[in-house]
Design a protein around this ligand. Structure first.
Ligand code: COA
Length: 578
């Protein structure tokens, strides 16, 4: 039997039927067997009902995106079959709830290996617990594709243990019933199998949102305040458990405005501080972002983007907050915007976000997104001893001679030492008002000009300070492609596909998206006749910023349906443009 190098399983059903739990459990079992794992989930905004989908991709090689399509489809109900039928391809395997569910007749699709499994019926009549239907399906999937039953049982205990031994027992029985059904009734015809890898002790499986929380801990964050909002709430969930372990504090505020106000106050008080939100929350925070710019107080804001505007598509993927992140708010406000590509970036770029905020005393926005925040993937366990953290330049009265403390002193770098409240001789006024060097309000034309320049010019060397912008150059390429955020991983895989087809193409992956790394972008532009920008928003936001800030005049490939690109979509576009 052929062993699949890269297997993608998609599970579809109704929200509330336990789709997410079953997907999580397959992902955990695969990761424990030493495989690379990357998941994608999409579900409706309602707690129950509507189409929910979970996709798990595993491989022995590095995985950078959700992948293109799937190999195995598990349908818990008719709707999931109707939604996915058009994507089924020759050679795919289909497991579906029949008879006994709402799929009314046996499915025969030429070239597709169709395996009917009466999941609902077994759960209802044999086990007497309809809730366990997802575990019947999992037992069947485990048997068909050689997923370790032992690992699955371990995850059942982890996931449902807190619900009581009775729940664990019935789920064990359901797993076994699914397995037995396959052994007694189904002849495997497909070639897919999960060949285990080599289990490693130093690998963790973690979601993008938890990874941001982990990055915050590694950076030395001691205060987090937020208001719950999908898809960002898990950052707070993670930190609510883990921040107290490092003597940190988490406060759930009454809204997003209050949460950023809390964060500014805590940072003013000397603590590395952070909040996390999503689009509507980021809109509310704009005035306070301006205040932290004016006060020159370091803050980190993680924005897990979702479909907008307004409440829009709260559980769906989009990259449409770039304009807001770079240009939102009133007045001329300097700020920094970073865009992590994957799970490891969620950890290490959160550390970068704190380092930049502390070094430059600016608000730093970390633009994650729905696909990345909800994704779980495997990564090497971070080694805290290798993490470089930067602390703000603090006021040292002994270095000041007889001069009194000038909080906004005009230094060569534009960065002025900060005192901590209560520090002898370190008192200053910190408000949203324009101020002179001493911090006292000052409204003269000269002063406003000088202070605005200070707040912008201190970022002049940021492009060199932050990890250099990565490029992947083919010296003969006429086309260069740009992506940001989680689309970068998809572009990396698309580039490999395009090159397999003999196409000459380069790529640039800006992770510092504001202020733009102009040197790297203009250098890249000079090497290519055509530039293509791939992103997930209607207004082609990165392309517009590139047009205004750099020498690029890009072609845009932008989609905005609530789903990420697949590598194949981008590879096809590269082919079309070339
Ligand atoms: N035995 C016992 N319990 C089981 C089970 C089983 N075999 N399978 C699932 N469950 C439990 C899960 O543990 C979970 O319980 P919990 O809520 O106590 O953690 C619950 O059933 C739901 O299952 P889960 O697998 O997590 O989710 P699902 O696939 O059924 O989908 C969601 C439900 C996630 C789509 C839905 O609940 C949701 O959260 N929707 C989004 C809401 C939102 O964010 N809206 C936006 C607001 S702005």
């Amino acid at each position: 039997m052929a062993l699949a190098k890269d297997l993608i399983i998609r599970i579809g059903g109704e929200g509330g039927e336990g789709i997410i739990s079953s997907g999580d459990m397959i992902a955990q079992a695969a990761a424990r067997s030493g495989l690379e794992v990357l998941t994608f989930k999409t579900f409706p905004a309602e707690i129950r009902g509507g189409y929910a989908m979970y996709q798990i991709r595993f491989s022995k090689s590095r995985i950078l995106s959700e992948g293109s399509g799937f190999n195995v489809l598990c349908c818990f109900n008719k709707e999931s079959l109707d939604v996915n039928r058009k994507y089924l391809q020759e050679g795919n395997a289909l497991i579906y709830d029949y008879p006994g569910g709402d799929i009314e007749e046996e499915v025969n699709i030429p070239g597709v290996h169709c395996y009917p499994v009466p999941m609902s019926k077994i759960a209802k009549t044999e086990l007497g617990v309809y809730r366990s239907k997802n575990m019947v399906c999992l037992g069947a999937v485990a048997d068909l594709f050689s997923i370790s039953m032992e690992s699955l049982k371990e995850t059942v205990v982890e996931k449902f243990g807190k619900k009581g031994q009775e729940v664990v027992d019935v789920n064990f029985k359901a797993l076994e019933a699914g397995q037995t059904y396959i052994r007694e009734n189904i002849k495997k015809e497909d070639s897919f199998n999960m060949e285990p890898g080599t289990p490693k002790d130093d690998v963790i499986i973690i979601s993008g949102n938890y990874a941001v929380g982990l990055g915050a801990l590694l950076a030395g964050c001691k205060y987090f305040s937020a208001y719950p909002i999908t898809p960002a709430t898990e950052v707070a969930n993670f930190l609510s458990i883990n921040l107290p372990k490092v003597n940190g504090n988490l406060v759930q505020a009454e809204d997003e405005i209050a949460s950023l106000a809390n964060v500014i106050g805590a940072s003013y008080g000397g603590l590395k501080s952070m909040t996390a939100t999503s689009g509507p929350g980021l809109s509310l925070m704009q005035e306070l972002i301006g205040m932290s710019t004016m006060m020159e107080v370091p803050v980190v804001i993680c924005d897990v983007q979702r479909g907008g505007p307004s409440t829009g598509l709260p559980t769906k993927h989009e990259q449409s907050d770039l304009f807001l992140a770079a240009h939102g708010g009133h007045g001329d406000g300097s700020r920094v915007v970073l865009s992590p590509e994957g799970i490891e970036d969620c950890v290490y770029m959160t550390v970068d976000a704190f380092n930049i905020a502390e070094k430059y005393q600016v608000p730093v926005l970390l633009l994650s997104d729905g696909s990345l925040g909800f994704r779980t993937a495997s990564m090497k366990k971070p080694d805290p001893s290798k993490i470089k953290t930067i602390n703000r330049d603090t006021y040292d009265p002994s270095s000041n001679g007889s001069e009194s403390f000038m909080r906004y002193k005009l230094t060569k770098s534009g960065i002025s030492p900060m005192s901590t409240p209560g520090q002898p001789d370190g008192a200053y006024i910190s408000t949203g008002l324009e101020h002179g060097e001493s911090s006292a309000p000052r409204y003269t034309p000269d002063n406003h000009t000088v202070m605005l320049d200070k707040r912008f010019n201190k970022l002049d060397d940021l492009e060199d300070f932050f990890t250099p912008t990565e490029v992947d150059i083919d010296e003969d390429a006429e086309l260069g492609v740009v992506a940001w955020g989680s689309t970068i991983g998809t572009l990396r895989e698309a580039l490999a596909l395009a090159r397999e087809d003999g196409l000459k193409v380069s790529a640039i992956y800006p992770k510092l998206v504001w202020p733009m790394p102009k040197k790297a972008l203009n250098d890249f532009a000079a090497k290519h006749k055509k530039i293509l920008v791939t992103e997930i928003n209607k207004q082609a936001q990165l392309a517009a910023l590139l047009r205004s800030e750099t020498d690029m005049d890009p072609i845009s490939y932008n989609i905005y349906g609530g789903l990420p690109f697949t590598p194949k979509m981008i590879a096809d576009k590269i082919m079309e443009v070339l």
